[in-house]
Design a protein around this ligand. Structure first.
Ligand code: ZN
Length: 82
């Protein structure tokens, strides 16, 4: 599923880098990652989790931490957040 929502608001949360391993933005802290998640998915339940290959944090919908090993699913999320 692809959506353009949140693109303008994204500027309010500063990503510190890019994680090519997961094709997701990196945030400096759990707090920043959660803030980004709320920006992209208002009303949702963003879940911040540390990247396992880079120095930073990602966010995903509830359950993403459980699916942390499911790279294909995380890549699918990335399509929404890019
Ligand atoms: Zn990562």
């Amino acid at each position: 599923m692809t959506t353009k929502r949140g693109r303008a608001a994204a500027a309010r949360v500063t990503a510190v880098g890019w994680c090519p391993d997961h094709a997701k933005r990196l945030y400096s802290s759990r707090k920043e990652a959660r803030r980004a998640g709320r920006t992209y998915a208002p009303g949702g339940h963003p879940n911040a989790y540390p990247c396992d290959t880079r120095d930073g944090w990602h966010w995903g919908h509830l359950g993403a931490a459980v699916a942390a090993g499911a790279m294909s699913r995380m890549a699918r999320y990335a399509e929404v957040t890019t």
